[in-house]
Structures are given as C-alpha cells and as structure tokens.
Design a protein around this ligand. Structure first.
Ligand code: NAD
Length: 409
C-alpha cells in the first residue's frame, strides 16, 4: 500500500511505497518526463527489487492545466504537493513582460521553498568550454524567496510609482533617483530570517557531506544593508549556531573531529564570477542571494555542460516540501522532435532519490549517466559538440537515449 512522506523531528520519514506527484511541463516536458520516469523506476527496481517502489501521480500546471481545468495552476496541484511533500516537474512556459506570473516563482513562494539547490559537478566526457571542467565541483544554495525577485515593482509612469517616488523624495529625503519622472521602481527585501535559514541549510549541508568550505557570495560593497547584511548575518550565524571561530588572520572555521575544519568565507559576486573560471577548485558550497544565485548557477552550469544536464531543486528543509526540476526552459524550438536532452530532469530525479534517502538508487542513476556519456552515447546537443572536439560518439534520439540508460540498469 502506498503511503505519504511525513516530517518527524526535522527528518523526512519516507515509506517504502511512496507516491510522487509529477508535473509533466510544457514544450519538451512530456518527452523528458517519460525518460525520467523510466530511468527512476528501473534504478529503484535494480536497487531494491520489490521492496521499494514509486507510484507516480500526475498533477497539472502550465499549458496542460489551462487546457483541462481552465487555470494554469489549479489549487489541487498545490494541495497535492503539500500532501505528498516531494514532487518533480518539467519546465513551464512563462510569458515575458505580460500575462501570468511565473508559475515557478509562484510555486516557490506559495510553498516557501527557500532554497534553490543546484549541484554543479562534471561528468567525464561532457563537452565543456573550460580547460579543466573536472575542477568544478560546487553546490549552490540560492535564496529563493526574497531579494529583487520578490515581485514588488511598479511600472514607469504608473500612479503607484509616482506615489512611491513622492514618498521617497518628500518623506525620506531621497534625491538619488536620476530620472524621477520616468523611473520604474523595484524593492529588494533581504531579511535576517531569510538569510539565516538559507545559510544555515548551506552550512548544515557542508558539514553533513564533508565539504571543504562555504562561500557567502554577495555585493555588500555596493548594497551595504541588503547584500552586506546577508554577509554579516552569515558570519554571525556560523559563530552563534555552529561555534565557528576566527583565526588571527581572519579565517572563520568550524572545527570537525577527525578531519579538516570547514572554512566559512565570502566573495563579492563579480569577483566570484571571474574566479569560477580562473580557480574553480577554490570553491565548494556556495550560499547566495536570489539574483546573484540565478547568474552564478547558470554560469557554473555552462562550465560543466550547460542547461541540458544541470539539475536543480527547490526545498524547504523545515517543512520538508521539495520540488525537483529541470533547470532549462520548455525549449519550444525542439519540442516534439525527439532530440531534447533529458539529463537535467533525470539528474534532478537522482537528487530527489538522495533527498528521499534512497541513496543506492541515486548512485545507480549517476553511474548510468556517467557511463552513457563516457561511451559517447548521447543526444544531439552533446554529440554535436563532442564531434567538434574529436570525440567519438553516437547521436541518439531522446527516447532511444532513455532506453539506453534503462538498458545499462
Ligand atoms: P530554454 O531553456 O527553453 O531554451 C534555450 C535554448 O536551449 C533553446 O535553443 C533550446 O532548444 C535549448 N535547450 C534547452 N533545454 C534543452 C535540452 N534539455 N536539450 C537540448 N537543448 C535544450 O529557454 P528559453 O527559450 O529562454 O525559454 C522558453 C520558455 O521556457 C519560456 O517561456 C521561459 O519562461 C520558460 N522557462 C521555464 C523554466 C522553468 O520552468 N524552470 C526555466 C527557464 C525558462
């Protein structure tokens, strides 16, 4: 009998027969979802025989939801994720500058999924624009609920923006708005609680997974109270909750028995974006604000093979709610052509298996992905680049690539 996941004293309790809701997604969503489900089912079967099992439950969002229910994000979808706690989704269309708000942002905010988790590591053989992609091995914790992404903004010329500009200039004596008549405005909220829970998750993760350092990435030199606050509260939290101490040279460390201490450091975001190209080996776990995190995650993903392979998740470690997702968009230009690379969603499912504590199945998924790439059995996006680099490979359609992964299991 299937059961639901429950949260017990801060830990997930996962039944052996678990129901996982999934959103197929728009565009290439159905193609990659089908591959992901087959690979996960095979890995779970191989790892646990009949002992453990996933029952998939389709829930609707995006274009399919609109067609069937008349709304892009039905209430039942949110209720199902709350009930079953862990879900996985394909990409959803977001119209630019008009129409509905991003469904992804709505899901993150409604379920308070404050961590956007993006592991970035290199699979041998993946085409990469950098000389030593094998030196990139980071886990990005991007804050997901605050910052300029909170969606508090007013259009240029609107009554609302005029009111806010009048308030700023008359009551707050702000005279730094260069063109007050035509400015649009956005607000950047960054709180102590919001920063602390994100940084706490990153440090806890680093300790649990034996990582070397946690870097707080910020633009505190310019935005002193918001981004500077994030940096300051991060160090304070490390000292208060994790007993971090500061050496004479200013290095902040958390001591660990039997191994090197965990270093807590910080870096200004523009320098960080340079450093991940010049010396990626210097960084390990990264904790950053929402907008920086967006740029940093994509830049790092590009170093190890790009969006076709980059996995991701949105998590609230307190409630246990988590949505694992393909990090790329709906790729309308290639939808329905059986050429999309399904690895972003497959590797997100691998993260999901780890999150459920089903590590044996997660390891199998990682191993077959590694083997397929090493064997040069890849989809056309990788094949094109691998051929350019003179590596032998076989170009497979999405379905055929999925079947190859399953055959390796
Ligand atoms: P996109 O990621 O869909 O596509 C960018 C380019 O990369 C395209 O040429 C596409 O063919 C290619 N591509 C993307 N994923 C691929 C894969 N797995 N395999 C091979 N090639 C791949 O970005 P876009 O075109 O800017 O956005 C299209 C739509 O997706 C928009 O509506 C956007 O809002 C939405 N979007 C959704 C999400 C999400 O749901 N998480 C994320 C980003 C964009």
């Amino acid at each position: 009998m299937e059961e639901t996941i429950i949260m017990n004293e801060g830990a997930l309790q996962v039944p052996y027969n678990v129901i996982i809701p999934y959103i197929e997604g728009d565009g290439v969503g159905p193609e990659i979802t089908s591959v992901m489900k087959n690979v996960v089912e095979s890995a779970v079967k191989k790892a646990y025989g009949e002992t453990k099992h996933i029952t998939w439950k389709e829930i609707l969002a995006g274009g399919k939801a609109k067609d069937i229910t008349g709304t892009y994000l039905p209430e039942e979808t949110l209720e199902a994720i709350k009930q079953y706690k862990v879900a996985i989704k394909g990409p959803l269309t977001t119209p630019v500058g008009k129409g509905i708000r991003s469904l992804n942002v709505t899901l993150r905010q409604t379920l308070d999924l404050y961590v956007c988790l993006r592991p970035v590591s290199y699979y041998q053989g993946v085409p990469s624009p950098v000389k030593h992609p094998e030196n990139v091995d980071m886990v990005v914790f991007r804050e997901n609920t605050e910052d300029i992404y909170a969606g508090i903004e007013w259009e240029s010329g609107s009554e609302e923006v005029k009111k806010v500009i009048a308030f700023l200039s008359e009551e707050m004596q702000v005279n730094k708005i260069r063109f007050p008549e035509t400015s649009a405005l956005g607000i950047k909220p960054v709180s102590i609680e919001g920063s602390e829970r994100l940084i706490r998750s990153a440090i806890s993760y680093a300790l649990e997974h034996n990582r070397r350092n946690v870097t707080l990435v910020h633009k505190g030199n310019i935005m002193k109270f918001t981004e500077g606050g994030f940096r300051k509260w991060g160090y304070e939290l490390a000292k208060r909750e994790f007993s971090a101490t500061e050496d004479k040279d200013g290095t902040v460390r958390i001591e660990r028995e039997g191994r090197d201490s965990l270093v807590i450091q910080d870096c200004i975001c523009d320098a960080f974006l340079q450093n991940i190209l010049l010396k990626p080996e210097a960084y390990d776990v990264v904790a950053t604000l929402n907008l920086n995190g967006d740029y940093v995650s994509d830049a790092l993903a590009a170093e190890v093979g790009g969006i076709g392979i980059a996995p991701g998740a949105n998590i609230n470690y307190e409630s246990g709610f988590a949505i694992f997702e393909a990090t790329h968009g709906t790729a309308p230009d290639i939808a329905g052509k059986n050429i999309v690379n399904p690895l972003s969603l497959v590797l997100s499912a691998q993260m999901m298996l780890s999150y459920l504590g089903w590590d044996e199945a997660a390891l199998l998924v990682a191993q077959v992905v590694q083997k397929a790439i090493k064997d040069g059995m890849v989809t056309s996006d990788f094949a094109r680049l691998m051929e350019t680099e003179g590596k032998a490979c076989t170009k497979l359609g999405t379905k055929e690539f999925g079947s190859y992964l399953v055959s390796l299991l």
